[in-house]
Each structure stands twice: as structure tokens, then as C-alpha cells.
Design a protein around this ligand. Structure first.
Ligand code: ING
Length: 313
């Protein structure tokens, strides 16, 4: 029996700083209902999907920063999303800023959850690769202060059994690092879900700006193919508080092929019917880790490079 999961990439256009949680949740509900009407088993929302991408600004007061965080999940603002998803029998993936008390202290993470069709939280992830900088850097056109506002995720890269398969979560910059997919690939992941807020302009490397969309697709297509997994990447897109963010939300097959894409920079749903068994066409052949992968040799290559003196010139 084939294991088809119909997934909706639920891209969001800009979220203004002044937009309230209820106003944003209303947009999420519209996309969730559209996903259900298109036969989706789950809808994937972007990173930090409840607010504007606030790490673009330097804040000093903690109360100003904490206004962007959720103290519970579901929170009062997101309960309607959980209720409607359960009523419709559709799951979802949601990125949000998490504020919690853990190990006797207040913690803040850039987090994402996977909610199943019964409205239960089936998986949770906290962003590991926090890009940008920790201090105010006024030379930048805009800041990227994730290292200031979030701790590094402390949950690793787990995978979860849901929707009849093995699912994994990551967030934004995580998608640029091959280790992200490989750690989940070694756990047999069949579908990786991720959201992102990606400015077109990267202040430290403006020469990359024209390749922003190419790099976005490149990293997800390679991660998918090299680990025999589906990858769903969903943008918060458009000009958000004066910062142009890429769209280019996509669904990538284990072959590395793009099977669905958004074409606007606004709220848009791209739908794909994904056969999870297609993963085996790669996991059992080209990327059969048990047969072909040689981790015992990888460290030697690094050691040899370090130990061997440079050739006499
Ligand atoms: N955003 C960006 C991302 O990794 C970035 C940061 C932009 C890195 C451009 C490199 C180039 O897509 C987040 N939120 O990680």
C-alpha cells in the first residue's frame, strides 16, 4: 500500500510589526482551510510565523523582546488554530518564538512544532544554527540578532513518527548545513519540514544577494537527494518592514526534483502529493548508508590532511 502524504506549503507574505496575533492567526486559518479543501494531510507554516521577523531590530528592553514570544503552546492566540485543525482533521507545522521555564531558568528558543490530525503535538524542534550576530551592528541596513534573542536549540535533530511516516523538523539557516539533513537521514527521515525568513540582502556578503533563491533551492534539493527524503521549505516572503525576503517556497522529492512551488511573495498555498515510499528508491540504492557509507574513514582523511606536511615547493 503506497503511503501518500498530501502536504501544503503554506507560505506567508509579510507580517507587519503592528499586526496582532489574532490577525495573523486569521491568515493561518485561511491557509489551513485552503489546505484541507485541497486534500492536504498537513500544512507547513514558516519560521516565526506568528510575528514579524523581529531579530531584524536591536532591542535593549527585555519586555519589548518578550512581546514577540509565546509563553505556552497552544497559547490563547493559537488555540483557535489547534481547534480548527482538529475539527478539520488536518495537521500542521508551526514556527514560533518559544519562552519557557526550564532547568530553573527562563529560556528563549526559535522553535517549531509538528501537530497531528488529532491536534496533538507530535514533535518539537529548537533551532540549532542561529545565523547573524549578538551585538548591535549599526553598519548593517538591518540587524540579524538571532544570537542575541535565542539560545541554541537543545533538542538535537530528532525524528518523529506521524502521518504514516518518519518526519523531521529544522528551521531556516539549519537548511544550509548538510549535517542537518544527515543527522535526520541516519534516523531514516522521510520528510523534513522547515520554514524560513530569508532576506534577499545578506550584509556580510552582498555579492551573494543575486543567488538568494538559487541557494535556497540548492540546499533543500541536495539535502533531499543525499538523504533520500522529501523536503518542504516554506517562506515568510515579501517586503516585511522594509526588508525584502525571498519566497520560493518549494516541495522537493527524494530525487531532488522540485514538485511544487509558490510563485508569489504573499500568502499562498502550494500542494504536493508525496509518496513516502519513493524515499526507498534512494535509501535502498545510491544512499544505502549501511552498504556504501564509510564513516570510519572520514576522520582519517581530516587527520591525514593535518598530519601530512605541505609538499616541498
Ligand atoms: N535567515 C537566513 C537564512 O539562513 C541568512 C539568514 C540569509 C543566511 C542569507 C545566509 C544568507 O536563510 C534565517 N532566519 O536563518
Amino acid at each position: 500500500m503506497t503511503r501518500i502524504v498530501t502536504v501544503g506549503a503554506a507560505q506567508l507574505g509579510p507580517i507587519a510589526r503592528a499586526e496582532t496575533r489574532p490577525q495573523v492567526v486569521k491568515r493561518l486559518l485561511e491557509l489551513l482551510r485552503a489546505a484541507k479543501s485541497h486534500g492536504c494531510d498537513l500544512a507547513v507554516f514558516p519560521e516565526l510565523a506568528l510575528t514579524t521577523f523581529f531579530p531584524r531590530w536591536y532591542f535593549e528592553r527585555q519586555d519589548e523582546i518578550d512581546a514577540f514570544f509565546e509563553r505556552a503552546m497552544p497559547s490563547a492566540a493559537t488555540q483557535p488554530l489547534f481547534d480548527e485543525a482538529k475539527r478539520l482533521g488536518i495537521g500542521f507545522c508551526l514556527g514560533y518564538a518559544e519562552l519557557c521555564e526550564e532547568d530553573g531558568r527562563t529560556r528563549r528558543f526559535n522553535s517549531a512544532i509538528l501537530v497531528d490530525q488529532a491536534g496533538r503535538i507530535a514533535g518539537k524542534y529548537r533551532k540549532v544554527h542561529l545565523p547573524g550576530h549578538a551585538g548591535h551592528e549599526p553598519w548593517r541596513r538591518f540587524q540579524h540578532l538571532e544570537k542575541r534573542y535565542f539560545e541554541t536549540g537543545n533538542l538535537g535533530f530528532p525524528v518523529f513518527r506521524a502521518f504514516g511516516g518518519i518526519f523531521g523538523l529544522c528551521i531556516c539557516n539549519d537548511r544550509r548545513w548538510p549535517e542537518t539533513y544527515r543527522v535526520m537521514g541516519l534516523q531514516g527521515v522521510e520528510m523534513v519540514l522547515l520554514g524560513y525568513n530569508t532576506p534577499v540582502h545578506n550584509p556580510p556578503a552582498p555579492e551573494h544577494d543575486n543567488l538568494a533563491n538559487f541557494h535556497n533551492a540548492l540546499v533543500m534539493q541536495s539535502g533531499a537527494y543525499q538523504n533520500g527524503t522529501w523536503v518542504v521549505g516554506v517562506a515568510k516572503a515579501g517586503c516585511e518592514e522594509g526588508v525584502e525576503q525571498i519566497g520560493n517556497s518549494i516541495v522537493v522529492a527524494p530525487s531532488g526534483e522540485l514538485v511544487a512551488a509558490c510563485s508569489t511573495l504573499g500568502d499562498e498555498l502550494a500542494v504536493a502529493r508525496c509518496d513516502l515510499d519513493l524515499c526507498n528508491s534512494y535509501k535502498n540504492t545510491v544512499f544505502n548508508f549501511a552498504r556504501h557509507r564509510e564513516p570510519q574513514h572520514y576522520g582519517l582523511i581530516v587527520e591525514r590532511k593535518g598530519a601530512v606536511p605541505p609538499p616541498e615547493v
